[in-house]
Design a protein around this ligand. Structure first.
Ligand code: UN1
Length: 504
């Protein structure tokens, strides 16, 4: 944001210009939605968020630990209701939240809208899941005993979230921790604190006490590290790079005191295997969505396309054509398909990979980097071995290779890369899809479709190996990892018979 609080980006002249003069001819509901988005955009400014010091991080951790008991002892239905109120507020605030995502995170409008919806989905899904999971379960046992299992919060959690889904992943982590009874120290990505602060405001307004959810903005190396090192921290949930996840794990292990769990969702070198029975048009569409949408800045994005040699020429030609038809540039323009990378550092990282690939691989699309706007036009490189694609390139850069022989060998080589996040399979042989999916070390396998955009509650998302610890966000096993469990065994024959438990 600029010093005077004006929008960090120029107003999107083209949105109001000849290209899209007004909403004439649109479905009235669409036109109204569009006008609300644009009205929000005209007013958006990215506010500054003050950075926390290491001392403030410590004080916040102590407050969070003190606030734990009261929050944890509230009925789960109350905490779920708070999440649902926040979801409703987010729904009502969709246009300004989208505008802020476009301005701060440089998302395209379609990506921004999808992200706000995903954040709302997380709030509602975890509210429902928590009510189911935190209800005490009576376990069958011997006569004369009553056994009950119940889940509750663990304490103060540190939630460290990334800039590529600065609202959805931020909200998902925080909601999961809060609804299970934990207090939260939320450390958003350094690049995107303003949208995180909006989420925190909505949660506070919905009924989360200030000391139960505290936002600590600042660099990972100082604020993040200080939070992780705090003795009072009961758990850490992190989405980001694999090296940072390992650094957090080491820091947690080095602390005195209790064993602190880490939930990490990290990177991926995600492949799609295309056999000779696949439909080339379907493949090209799925590839372009998976590799280039969000400018490839998703951990789920496709990085390596493995096409059977018999159809490779046709598929590659279609992907090249489709990639070149994408509109690259200003994220504020509704027509843009591929917006910029988040910042100069991200751009430089991708540029270094491109320089390497231009000497080691065959470039199949023209160069198209702009160091001023940080945009990168979709890039396609032909490589010869799966192992050449061993590094995650966080941008719109796809590597393609031709295979022959047994598809199981290709999957084995992809497994050997050590990641395990998403995998695409394109085949019309059902039995092959099932066998390869079973062989694959991949958290999310998508058959005959794109490999991004996992839907909360429908496609639980997350990986294994270098891609993270699990459990899957948006799935039924996520919330239990934020919980401590208590098994309560009562001798009902002693002291005069049955004891009524949890009857209140
Ligand atoms: C990430 O990019 O950090 O399925 C994870 C998807 C998203 C990925 C989010 N849920 O594309």
């Amino acid at each position: 944001a600029s010093e005077d609080g004006k929008p960090a980006f120029a107003l999107p002249a083209r949105l109001y210009g000849a290209q899209r003069p007004n909403s004439e001819g649109l479905d009235p509901a669409v036109a109204e939605h569009r006008e609300r988005l644009f009205a929000a955009w005209r007013q958006v400014a990215v506010p500054r968020v003050p950075e926390a010091s290491a001392g403030e991080a410590s004080a916040a951790a102590r407050r969070a630990a003190e606030a734990f008991d009261a929050w944890n002892h509230r009925p789960v239905a109350e905490r779920a209701a708070v999440l649902r109120r926040a979801a409703d507020a987010m729904q009502a605030q969709l246009p300004p939240l989208c505008a802020l995502l476009v301005a701060e995170a440089r998302k395209t409008w379609p990506d921004a809208i999808a992200e706000v919806r995903e954040a709302i989905d997380f709030l509602r899904y975890y509210a429902t899941e928590a009510e189911r999971l935190l209800a005490p379960v009576e376990l069958p046992g011997p006569t004369g005993e009553r056994n009950t299992l119940r889940l509750h919060g663990r304490g103060a959690w540190v939630c460290i979230s990334p800039w590529n889904f600065p609202l959805a992943i931020f909200t998902g982590q925080v909601a999961a921790a809060l609804v299970t009874g934990n207090t939260v120290l939320a450390k958003p990505a350094e690049q995107t604190p303003a949208i995180a602060r909006e989420a925190v405001r909505l949660l506070h307004a919905a009924g989360v006490p200030a000391e139960v959810l505290q936002l600590l903005h600042g660099p990972g190396e100082t604020v993040g590290a200080a939070l992780v090192a705090e003795p009072a921290v009961a758990g850490v949930v992190f989405t980001g790079s694999t090296p940072v996840a390992k650094a957090i794990q080491r820091a947690l292990a080095a602390k005195d005191g209790p064993i602190v769990p880490l939930i990490a969702e990290t990177g991926g070198v995600n492949a799609m295997l295309v056999d000779s029975s696949a439909l080339p048009e379907q493949v090209a569409d799925a590839v372009v969505q998976s590799a280039f949408r969000s400018a490839g800045q998703r951990c789920s994005a496709l990085r390596l396309l493995c096409v059977h040699e018999s159809i490779a020429d046709g598929v590659i030609e279609m992907v090249r054509g489709a990639a070149q038809a994408l509109v690259v540039g200003d994220p504020t323009d509704l027509a843009t398909d591929v917006g910029p990378l988040i910042d100069a550092e991200a751009f430089d990282g991708v540029a270094r990979h491109l320089a390497r690939l231009r000497t080691t691989a065959r470039a199949l699309l023209p160069e198209g980097e702009d160091a001023t706007t940080h945009t990168v036009a979709p890039q396609l490189f032909e490589i010869r071995h799966v192992a050449e694609a061993s590094q995650e390139i966080f941008g719109p850069v796809l590597q393609v290779l031709r295979w022959r022989g047994d598809p199981k060998d290709v999957i084995a080589q992809v497994n050997a890369l050590g990641y395990g996040l998403t995998l695409g399979l394109q085949t019309r042989i059902d039995s092959r899809a099932l066998a390869l999916a079973a062989q694959a070390r991949a958290g999310n396998v998508y058959v005959n479709r794109n490999t991004i955009g996992a839907v909360v509650g429908v496609q639980p998302f997350g990986g294994e190996g270098l891609s993270g610890t699990g459990p899957k966000a948006g799935g039924p096993h996520y919330l239990p990892r934020f919980c401590a469990e208590q098994t309560l065994t009562i001798n009902t024959t002693a002291a005069g018979g049955n004891v009524a438990l949890f009857s209140a």
